[in-house]
Structures are given as C-alpha cells and as structure tokens.
Design a protein around this ligand. Structure first.
Ligand code: SF4
Length: 433
C-alpha cells in the first residue's frame, strides 16, 4: 500500500511543481513514506534522517517530510526529537501535502498533521490524475482495520475500516487500463472486508472483481491482503466464473494452533481456515496459497509450533512470509513475556526450510513445460524480460519478440527457489501450464 501511497503523493507534489530526481544532492525536498509494520521502524527513520543531515552538511537544507504510519504513530514527537524534520504527515492526511508545503514555504512553521481524514483523502485524490503507467498496478479500495489482532499496529496507524466508493474505484481502474495496465491488484489492510452502501445497494469485494472482470484489455485481477473471517461465499464464488481473477490467494493464518490464534485475537480457528481452503479447492482445483506466520508468539509451546508445521504440510503453501514475533509498542501483545529467542530462532529456521521446500517443489513442476507469463518489463542492459506466472512466481526469460503487457507462453529450462528461467519463441503454440 505504501507503494500506491508514494505514487499518489508524487502526483500531488507534481501538481505544485516538484519533480522526481535520481540525484540525491539535487533534491529540494525529501519525503520519507514510512511503514510501521517492520521491526524498529521508527529508529530506522531517524537513522535515515541522520544520513541525510550528513550529506547536506555543507549545502542548503532540503525540506524534510516524514509521512506514512511511523508519522501517524509518533506525530509531533518526531519534530521534537529530530528538528531536522520539518513536517510529519500521517497516512490518512497525505492529501494535504501540497497545501502544507506551500504554506511552509511562506511561514517556515513546523507541521504535524495526523488526522484520520480518509474520506476527504480519496475525494481529493479522485481529482488528481494518476501517473501510474505500469503493466501491473495497485489500486487501494479499502483502508484500516477493525479486527485488532493483539500483535498489530495497523488499527492504530491506519484507523478504522473504510471502503472507498464503488464508482470511484471502477473509474480509477479504467484510467489505469487506459494507461496500459494489464493487471490490477486491489489493495486494503483488510481487502476482503470491503463493504460500500449506495442507493440501498451493497457492494462487496466480489462486486468489484465482477465489474473489473468485464473491463476489456484488463487481463489479470488480484487482491491483497485478506482476512480468513471475510472470505465470504460470494467472494469464493468469483473463482468459479471470473476468468481474470488469478488462482492464487495470500491468506494469512499466523499460527496453526487454535490456542495461539485465540491469544492473538485472530477471530478464526484452524478448522474454519481449512474449510475455506477446501471450499476454494472445490471451486477451482488449480488454486494455490501463500500465508504469513508468526513464530515464538508469547507462550507458544512446542505443541503449538508443531500444529503450525502440520498446517503447513496440509496446505502446501507455495510462497510465504515468516517472522519471529517482535513486540510493537502500544499493542496488547507488547506487554506479554517473550519466548526464549534461541528456541524461536530454531523453530523459524525449521519452518522456513519446510516452506522453501514447498516453494522449490512448486517451481520444479514447470521444468521443461510451458507456462503463461504476463510480460512486465525488459531487464535493463540485457536481452531478457521479467514477468510473472498466474501464481505470481517471477519468470526471467529470453525472447526474440515480445513486448511489455503481452501474455505469452515461456518454456522453462531452469529454476531456483524464487524464480523460473526460460525462453520464448514467437511460434510457441504449446499449451501453457
Ligand atoms: S487483521 Fe491484519 S491488519 Fe487487522 S489487526 Fe489483524 S493483522 Fe493487523
């Protein structure tokens, strides 16, 4: 989502005459769009500002803005701690950046703006043309979260769940497609909680997918990140008859133990999770899954950990993210007693080996086969292209004739854990995997 936000912030800044530069020393303004999910996110921002201060030691100080979730969480404390920062702007207030910058240029008064003004934000953004012209684009449809998992900062930094108006999203999708996008990933912290009412009609994520499915020239639809609790039947049904919806779902589970899920306040148990997987597999036998795992959550026992391993083996996730629990200040889990770090590290390593094995096996299936790839870009300085399979796996390949945005069949001749490698010839007529 930060990538989407950064693009929109750029569009707003371009409106008042700022352009991107790749030459750091030339910059009149630095804007750090921050994420609070990562460990020690706040400290990393201060280190970055420290580096900036050093490189501008002998020249005119640039305007320094910190935006995003760290700004939201820390607010004016940031300016007090590091006076080199001029503005702190929260993730739901960034539409105000142009006015705040112009105002700062006149008055030189430090600014801290962290209101949850999400409705206004999207109303303003609707009027600013997007500069995104990528083959694969992001489109935010929903922000915030009402679930309050005990380990997570999102409900505090992004605020309550908010769904953008249905028409506004569809209009933005049409603009992206007219600028060349072939794939759209719908974004939200709880994307499948999307819920918008207008004229007595209720629009859900399934309504958006069905509408996008009918857009000519759009080839692929994805969405992230989903909560198991919101995998409703109407959404599951989309995998039956929306041919542009890719058969790959990132569905975070966090733990395979019901006891730990309860302690995390996840609002689902393992039976419920596995039932969703089963329903999806019945509707579309090709669907594949990835997930997120937290290892070493407070009070995780060996038995809880083994439940996670059992779940991983049962589902066979093809690509997942796994981390050792680290407390986020202000969240309920931050006050709990930490597990033994040595044990957690050992457990994480073992889990990651199993996950990597599944990923490796899933890539091996493609060896000497053709697979359908959406071409995203040519690699700079090489006669190679980059694209992705229907399951998001990166493919690097040689081609005698293809262009960005094409959907082609690539013959795979090698692979590693993360990537597939192959070649494409214009007469590849074989059926893709
Ligand atoms: S559902 Fe996701 S975003 Fe919401 S609190 Fe839980 S982990 Fe955070």
């Amino acid at each position: 989502m930060n990538e989407y936000d950064s693009n929109r912030i750029y569009d707003l800044m371009a409106n008042i005459g700022f352009n991107k530069t790749n030459t750091k020393d030339e910059a009149d303004c630095f804007l750090l769009n921050t994420c609070h999910i990562r460990e020690k996110a706040t400290e990393k921002v201060y280190h970055e500002i420290g580096r900036l201060k050093k490189s501008f030691k002998n020249s005119k100080k640039p305007l320094v803005i910190v935006s995003g979730c760290v700004a939201q969480a820390e607010s004016e404390e940031m300016i007090k701690r590091e006076p080199y920062i001029d503005m702190v702007i929260g993730s739901q207030s960034y539409h105000k950046i142009p006015d705040l910058v112009l105002n700062y240029e006149r008055k030189k008064t430090k600014v801290s703006e962290t209101d949850f003004d999400v409705i206004k934000k999207f109303d303003v953004l609707e009027k600013i043309l997007t500069s995104q012209n990528k083959i694969s684009s992001y489109l935010t449809i929903q922000e915030g979260c009402d679930k309050f998992c005990n380990f997570c900062v999102v409900p505090y930094t992004r605020g309550p769940e908010y769904s953008r108006p249905f028409r506004q999203i569809i209009d933005e999708a049409h603009i992206l497609v007219s600028k060349g996008s072939k794939e759209i990933t719908l974004l939200g912290q709880n994307v499948n909680a999307y819920n918008f009412y207008e004229n007595k009609k209720n629009y859900r994520l399934s309504s958006l997918i069905r509408e996008l499915n009918s857009i000519k020239n759009l080839e692929r639809i994805r969405y992230t990140t989903s909560h198991p609790k919101d995998m409703s039947d109407d959404l599951i049904d989309c995998y039956k008859n929306c041919e542009k919806l890719m058969p790959f779902l990132h569905l975070p589970v966090q733990s395979g133990s019901d006891r730990i899920l309860k302690s995390m306040n996840r609002k689902h148990n393992i039976k419920y999770y596995l039932d969703i997987i089963e329903k999806l597999r019945i509707i579309n036998k090709n669907i594949k899954f990835s997930s997120d795992f937290i290892i070493g959550y407070p009070d995780e026992s060996e038995e809880d950990y083994q439940d996670t391993i059992d779940l991983v083996k049962k589902v066979g996730f093809i690509n997942s993210y796994s981390f050792i629990f680290s407390p986020r200040p202000g969240t309920p889990a931050a006050n709990k007693k930490m597990n033994d770090l040595k044990i957690s590290k050992k457990r994480l390593k073992n889990l990651q080996n199993i996950l990597e094995n599944f990923q490796f096996k899933s890539n091996k299936i493609y060896l000497d086969e053709f697979c359908e790839v959406l071409v995203e870009n040519k690699l700079s300085g090489q006669n190679k292209f980059f694209g992705r399979t229907r399951f998001m796996t990166p493919v690097i390949f040689v081609s005698d004739k293809c262009k960005n945005g094409d959907i082609i069949n690539v013959k795979i001749n090698s692979f590693n854990q993360n990537n597939l490698f192959g070649f494409h010839k214009i007469n590849n007529n074989e059926k893709a995997a």
